[in-house]
Design a protein around this ligand. Structure first.
Ligand SMILES: [Mg+2]
Length: 351
């Protein structure tokens, strides 16, 4: 067995602004796990709110974990050990994805088949960050041109308040009216209860599908005030990290958004799907700042998930990995053994 870590810069085509700040680029750690002549690829994206904020912290956490010995243990047992060791999930995810990719390659099956899911078939949302209306007006045609995008996820919860949200959203409707797209909104916890009540009705009146994370992480007790008589389905994202979070708010949401970088990988995502279903909730899967490797791994689950938001790699220039193209609106990795993606060789030249 041979394992190596590769730091790669991800440059964004368009900077992404959400309620908490703006991102222009990031550096992710790619994990290359080699055994029996097969290579499994994983990817980990550092996150300020995810327990490891730099690529160096991610790599150190992975090295410390691997040093405890991984040969001869199941993927499930290794994940449980990582949680016991408090390895940040946004670091451990790199190893978890690489192990699942390797296992599927060993079984000579696409990862989605190994996991028992149908092939990806639900179109992904593509995200529009917080921007002034004039930028939205320019950006939407650029993003839509020549693409098969079927839905847009609009980031609201602007630091400038709900009037800025409304001005941006009116422009979105105007600019998107010539395209047949569904529109959903993610506030990233940018509203208080009364703003959220007001905005949910305002957005429902304008044909929005659902609202995501209307209140800040930690304010789950207030979701009840929004849930009764809600005009739109409510999903939580930041509030849902692991499967054990779900029972605490299950009675007051319609669904949960999982992300591999938040939960630590495919292993925990499977537990989140099962837990959400046991509570009668819908599921969604999203992404952080990720290339095709982490996106393809997430796409292996999408045949069993209701709403898909796997689009960060479309906003990279260039994407250092390949293997998660958009096909008729669906993020659809190729039908090959494993998750279907890998880091392009020029990004780890000299290895
Ligand atoms: Mg979100």
């Amino acid at each position: 067995m041979k394992i190596s870590f590769h730091k790669v810069e991800l440059k964004k085509r368009f900077p992404l602004a959400i309620s908490r700040g703006i991102r222009y680029h990031s550096e992710n750690i790619f994990v290359r796990f080699e055994k029996d002549g097969l290579i499994g690829w994983g990817e980990a994206a550092p996150g300020d709110t995810e327990g490891a904020s730099t690529p160096e912290a991610v790599q150190q956490a992975l090295e410390e974990f691997v040093a405890t010995g991984i040969e001869g243990y199941s993927i499930q047992a290794l994940y449980d050990r990582a949680r016991e060791m408090k390895t940040p999930p946004c670091a451990y995810v790199g190893l978890d994805i690489a192990l699942w990719d390797w296992t599927a390659k060993k079984a000579q099956m696409p990862l989605y088949q190994l996991l028992g899911f149908p092939k990806a078939h639900t179109p992904t949302s593509v995200t529009i960050g917080i921007n002034p209306p004039e930028v939205v007006k320019e950006r939407i045609p650029l993003i839509m041109e020549g693409s098969s995008i079927k839905s847009l996820k609009i980031k609201l919860g602007a630091p400038d308040g709900i009037e800025a949200d409304k001005a941006m959203f009116e422009q979105v409707l105007e600019s998107a009216k010539n395209y047949a797209v569904k529109i959903r909104v993610d506030a990233n916890g940018g509203w208080d209860v009364s703003q959220a009540k007001h905005m949910m009705q305002w957005l429902a009146d304008r044909g929005v599908d659902y609202i995501e994370q209307p209140l800040k992480e930690g304010e789950e007790a207030h979701l009840k005030e929004l849930y009764d008589q809600r005009p739109l389905p409510i999903y939580v994202d930041e509030s849902c990290r692991f499967c054990e979070n779900i029972p605490h708010f299950a009675a007051h949401v319609d669904g949960v958004n999982m992300k591999l970088m938040k939960c630590g990988g495919i292993t925990e995502a499977l537990r989140i799907i099962a837990t959400a279903r046991a509570h009668g909730l819908k599921t969604m899967i999203g992404c952080m700042s990720e290339s095709s490797v982490a996106i393809a791994a997430a796409a292996a689950l999408t045949g069993g998930i209701d709403h898909i938001d796997l689009d960060s790699h479309y906003n990279l220039a260039p994407d250092p990995s390949n293997g998660a193209p958009m096909v008729d609106g669906v993020t659809l990795p190729p039908d090959v053994p494993g998750h279907g993606a890998e880091l392009k060789q020029e990004f780890y030249a000299g290895y």
